[in-house]
Every structure is written in C-alpha cells, then in structure tokens.
Design a protein around this ligand. Structure first.
Ligand SMILES: Cc1cc2nc3c(=O)[nH]c(=O)nc-3n(C[C@H](O)[C@H](O)[C@H](O)COP(=O)(O)O)c2cc1C
Ligand code: SF4
Length: 415
C-alpha cells in the first residue's frame, strides 16, 4: 500500500496519524516514509490551484481562505516572505505546540511549499520557547530545499504576540504588540517585504494537499468546511488533549472521545475569544462554524473547555476577563481602560458585592467593541457577553448576594 493510499481513508487522522508513541518528534526519515518526499516538481501555479480547490481556510482563528492570502502577496510583485505562526498564545490551546513538538516536518513542508507557491526564498517559523528546540532540530535535519532558507525564532509568550501585525513588528526588531493597519502584512511586512502569515496547522494541511490533492482533502469535512481540524479539549474530561476531527462531525462524539461524563453545564467554545454555549444546546451540534453559528459561537482558536456542574461560569469568566485586560498591549484607550473596567465590573459581580451593576457592565461592553487597533478587545467582549447570557441564573444569584454555587477551584487555565 502506498503512503497516499494509507492516508486516503477520510476518517484516518491526517495530521496526528503519524506521531510516535514515545512522544518524541518524528525524525525526517520516518516523516518521508509516511508522507513521501516534498513534491517540489509541482509548479507554483499548480500548488496554488490545489490549495484554492481544496477550500483550505486558516486554522489560526479567523478562518480566511488560504489561497486568497497566498495570491495577495504574489500579486505584489516583490519577493515575499512566509511566516509560520506557531506562537499559540491562547492558554487553553495546545494544538500548535503539539504539531511543532511532534510533527515539525509537516509544518516545515507546508511552509516551504507555501514559499514555492508565492516565489518566496525566506521562511520564518515563529515559536514559543517550549517547542523551539524541536523546530530548530528539525530544520537542521533538512537540506536547503528549492533555495528556500528556513529559520526559527522564539516569540514572547503573550496573548497578543501571535496577532499577525504584532508578530511582524517583533520580527522587525520591535515589541510584540499589534500595529495600526494599513499597511497590512501582505503590503509591507518583515523587512518591508510583502509577508504572508499562516498558522502552523494551516501549513501542515497545505503540505498534505500538495501531495494528495484537493479532492483527497475534501473527502473529509463538509462541502462548506472541508478537511479535518485540530481541537484542544480540556476542563472536566478524563483525557484532555489535542484531537483531530473532521469538520462537521458530532460535537458529542468529540466530547465522548475526550472522556466527558455528560454532566457538563456549559462549554467554552473557541478559546478565550470564544463563546459559552449551554451543554443542552451543544449536544446535537457539529464541530463546524456553520453549525456553531446557531449558538452565536465559532471554532475560533479550536479550544473547547468543559465546565463541570459544580463550577461557577461567572467566577471563571471574571478570571479570564482580568487576564485578557492584563494582556492588552497597552496602546489603545478603549482596550486598556475598557477591558480593565469590564474586569472590575465582572469581579464585583463574581464576589456578590452590592456595587455590582450589570447595566453598567453591558454599557462598558458596548463602548469597547470595535474600538481597538486589533481584535483583542472584541474577543474579550464576546466572551463576557456570552457569559451574561448563558449563566443568567447564576448572574441573578450573585446580584442578590446569594452564595455562589461554584466549588472555587479554577477550571479555566491562566498562565
Ligand atoms: C489578539 C490576537 C492573537 C492571535 N494569536 C494567534 C496565535 O497565537 N496563533 C495564530 O496562528 N494566529 C493568531 N492570531 C491570528 C493571526 O493574526 C493571523 O490571522 C493568523 O496567524 C493567520 O493564519 P491563518 O490564516 O493560517 O489562520 C491572533 C489574532 C489576534 C487578534
Ligand atoms: S486593541 Fe488592545 S491589544 Fe490590540 S493593539 Fe490596541 S491596545 Fe493592543
């Protein structure tokens, strides 16, 4: 059976299927044995065409079509740069770290092929300190392919450092804080060159699409949302970790695989820019943006946290709101002051203080939305607004100064 045939079964894990059982990175020889050599014979136009027909969308949060991003730097006419975004500042997410630690060659393959598609000669793999050694080792194992230089560097472990303009400013020698746009990265990025920033999972999928084609990619997922996706599941589950699932597969199946006991009161879907969804609502849902939109949610950073029945959603959200306020890059007034004020309001509510005022909190949410240079405040606002909706009974209890029903042990991770 050829490698392509082995991978052709749509239900087979695509990105995680080749991992070693001892938890160490797959070395180059084993990687090539499973996936075959880099298809460097593909011309740039063919590569782009495959990516476009596959319908691959970004796995870094916003879900933008990857082919459109590649074409936008190609159109600039100057030699572009490819940045693989492996910063993963989202505390409940581990999917990008897992990929870089265990399957770094898949990501590097994707980055080299993306560089080929846009005629770039430089690739930068941006990582955090925890996986940097694995990535550097993988780069050193490889010959220089198609004249493309690949290097890696460590980015500060902060929530906003992975925002693409923050990443570019850092790569240009500045702080890892978002910058005002325009210019967008595809216009002027690293060293002034047009730059395409792609999430490391997006690149791993691209590496397989280049080898096995668009039709193969579409054998998994739905026509609107093709392929598979890495999801980090944590909270009240027996087996927290990174799971690869087909888009459109049952949400309940993913939770069962992770060992949820069916007692959850709610799920935080999409990480800390995500949305709380009541457990009863999510039960028949699918792992897809189209389906989750019925509950005002999206896959976002692909992190799902299961909230047990004896935890308090108001207290948990207040802790995350404070964390997000402290992670503001400190440059836009509405973000700096607004997020801090929202965290103050939510903490007063969580503590059951008589000063708690949900009308004021809602006004503050409205004042901050859409007012930052980047999406950081919008993500925080969406999270808090969903908590007020989903935990409305608990909000009432707190407003009436009744005892909080939570057990007090934190569920959502804060670094
Ligand atoms: C505050 C903030 C933090 C972000 N952090 C990350 C991150 O850690 N990793 C990532 O890939 N994208 C992150 N993004 C999204 C990036 O700006 C960018 O859209 C993404 O890397 C593009 O890759 P994709 O098209 O493959 O999804 C963040 C965005 C915002 C607003
Ligand atoms: S909105 Fe917040 S995180 Fe984004 S650039 Fe402004 S201050 Fe920084």
């Amino acid at each position: 059976m050829s490698v392509a045939e082995k991978l052709a079964a749509p239900a087979a894990p695509r990105l995680l299927g080749g991992l070693r059982r001892d938890g160490r990175a797959v070395p180059l020889a084993a990687h090539v044995e499973r996936y075959g050599p880099l298809p460097l014979e593909l011309r740039a136009a063919e590569l782009l065409d495959r990516v476009a027909r596959s319908g691959l969308t970004g796995r870094g949060g916003a879900g933008f079509p990857t082919a459109t991003k590649l074409e936008s730097v190609l159109r600039r006419g100057t030699r572009p740069i490819v940045v693989a975004n492996g910063t993963e500042g989202e505390p409940p997410s581990g999917k990008d770290k897992a990929l870089l630690a265990y399957a770094p060659h898949l990501v590097i393959d994707g980055a080299v092929l993306a560089a080929r598609a846009v005629n770039a000669k430089k690739v930068i793999v941006a990582t955090t300190s925890i996986v940097h050694a694995a990535v550097a080792r993988a780069i050193s194992e490889r010959p220089r392919e198609a004249g493309i230089a690949v290097r890696t560097l460590v980015v500060p472990d902060r929530f906003v450092a992975g925002e693409e303009t923050a990443l570019i400013q850092f790569l240009n020698g500045g702080p890892a804080a978002p910058t005002l746009t325009p210019p967008r990265p595809y216009e002027r990025g690293v060293g002034g060159a047009p730059t395409v920033v792609l999430n490391v999972e997006t690149l791993a999928h691209l590496a397989l699409i280049a080898r096995y084609g668009a039709t193969w990619f579409r054998e998994a997922g739905t026509p609107d949302e093709p392929g598979s996706v890495l999801v980090t599941v944590s909270g009240a589950v027996r087996d927290p970790g990174v799971y690869e699932v087909e888009l459109g597969s049952p949400f309940a199946q993913l939770l069962a695989d992770a060992g949820a006991d069916g007692q959850a009161q709610a799920y935080l879907v999409g990480g800390y820019f995500g949305t709380w969804v009541k457990a009863t609502d999510a039960h028949g849902a699918a792992v897809s943006n189209v389906d989750l939109a019925h509950f005002g949610a999206s896959l976002g950073a692909r992190a799902i946290i299961v909230l047990p029945p004896d935890a308090c959603g108001v207290v948990e959200t207040a802790r995350v709101a404070r964390y997000l306020a402290e992670e503001s890059a400190g440059q836009c007034g509405p973000c700096v002051h607004g997020l801090a004020a929202i965290a103050d309001s939510l903490e007063q509510l969580a503590d059951g203080l008589h000063t708690a005022d949900t009308a004021l909190l809602r006004r503050r949410l409205a004042q901050v939305a859409n007012r930052g240079a980047c999406r950081h405040p919008d993500g925080a606002v969406a999270l808090v607004a969903s908590a007020l909706r989903v935990f409305s009974d608990e909000v009432d209890r707190h407003l009436r100064g009744r005892r909080c029903t939570g057990h007090g042990r934190p569920v959502l991770p804060i670094p």
